[in-house]
Design a protein around this ligand. Structure first.
Ligand code: ADP
Length: 164
């Protein structure tokens, strides 16, 4: 069985992420979306529990997609799924440089681990979680940026952030 692991911080999940997950689910038998609780990205807007629930909601229509999380290294996490491939989205040259470096580090830790890249859909090359957080905090319309069913929850959280 072919397995893809789609890692990320998903703070929150965007339609750009979902596009990569959906396309991975068409290529691989099973997709595991792994929410990385990343020490390098402090101060997240959403808790891991909230992110798991949001990604589950956004992917429930894809039967071969499951959601998990990790607070460790991705290369270590992937060891439990021998033969699994990391799938990441590439938006721009800046993504490429960072991902190339990450890939080399992952290979050093876990030499069997392969990473594949899917180019971002043209519609979403501008889209990142940080853009969504910023738009949400300023009360902008999130339609077309995040899964429709999550807009209310993101707006609610942004309201709490504004009051901080
Ligand atoms: P962000 O950069 O939005 O904070 P993450 O760290 O959660 O994203 O990214 C997880 C993965 O999703 C990375 O491989 C990233 O390149 C990819 N990704 C993020 N946004 C998009 C997008 N709009 N289109 C395609 N891939 C994306």
């Amino acid at each position: 069985m072919s397995i893809a692991i789609c890692p990320g911080s998903f703070d929150p999940i965007t339609l750009g992420h979902l596009n990569i997950i959906r396309r991975s689910a068409q290529i691989f038998d099973r997709v595991i979306v792994c929410i990385m609780h990343n020490a390098m990205k402090p101060n997240p807007m959403f808790t891991v529990e909230e992110k798991v629930e949001m990604v589950r909601k956004a992917t429930e229509r894809y039967p071969n997609v499951t959601v998990d999380w990790s607070d460790g290294l991705l290369a270590e996490y992937a060891r439990q799924y021998p033969g699994a491939v990391i799938v990441k989205g590439l938006r721009a040259a800046s993504d490429f440089e960072y991902e190339f470096q990450m890939n080399l580090i992952n290979k050093k830790i876990n030499p069997d681990l392969e990473t594949m890249f899917l180019t971002a859909s043209g519609k979403y090359t501008f889209l990142s979680s940080s853009v969504v957080r910023e738009m949400a905090v300023y009360g902008a319309d999130l339609t077309g940026l995040v899964p429709h069913e999550l807009i209310g929850q993101i707006e609610e959280k942004a309201k709490q952030w504004r009051m901080k």
